[in-house]
Design a binder for this molecule. Sequence first.
Ligand code: AMP
Length: 218
Amino acid sequence: MGKAKFIIVLLGPPGVGKGTQGQRWANEKGWRYAATGDLLREAVRQGTPVSLKAKAFMDKGELVADEVVTAIVEEVLQKADRPLLLDGYPRTIAQAEALTEIAKRLGWKIQAAVLLHANDDELVERLSARRVCPSCGTIYNLRYQPPKDNEHCDRCGSPLIQRDDDKHDVIRQRLAVYQAQTQPVIDYYQGLGLLVTVDALGEPDEVYVRLRKVRLSV
Ligand code: AMP
């Protein structure tokens, strides 16, 4: 069999569990997992010129320019040598159209767009309780998946941090941006017949059971 070049797009509001669920699913399936938020934060840490501009938007909970993020994703697609789970992209119609074009040009198929769904109150609660490990990327939730001592990463021992944009005011802004800009992306994939919705309410393990039942026909 040749290299399977297909993309699963993981959609859903901030805090719904895209990172946690997406990493787990990709690991189990042997897919490459790529989250544009992670890639942008990594670029900011490295201080690349483009990322300095991006950081101002990220800190406010607003979207980074389509061209910037699309260029990152195009590079990922050029390098990936196995199926790809894309988390956090596309977030606008312009990005969705760009992805369709790039995928076609580079010989990738968009296999499905999987939407994780939960209501706003739940999302705010989850995001304020989220902590991340700046070293190895492990995600914790003080309510659902607390680290053993509440402050350090169970895997690598680094002190956990709260993302700047997980503070209360910025969370509301991110949810508003999602409603305005990303909701149409859901309709876009619905129109292409690629949308699958998964209920993301409940414990991470329960959600994962639902997620891995999604039929992909690949
Ligand atoms: P996330 O980790 O997915 O919540 O992303 C964190 C921040 O990175 C977002 O609030 C945006 O500022 C930026 N970002 C991530 N992905 C995208 C994207 N596809 N388009 C524009 N901005 C993005």
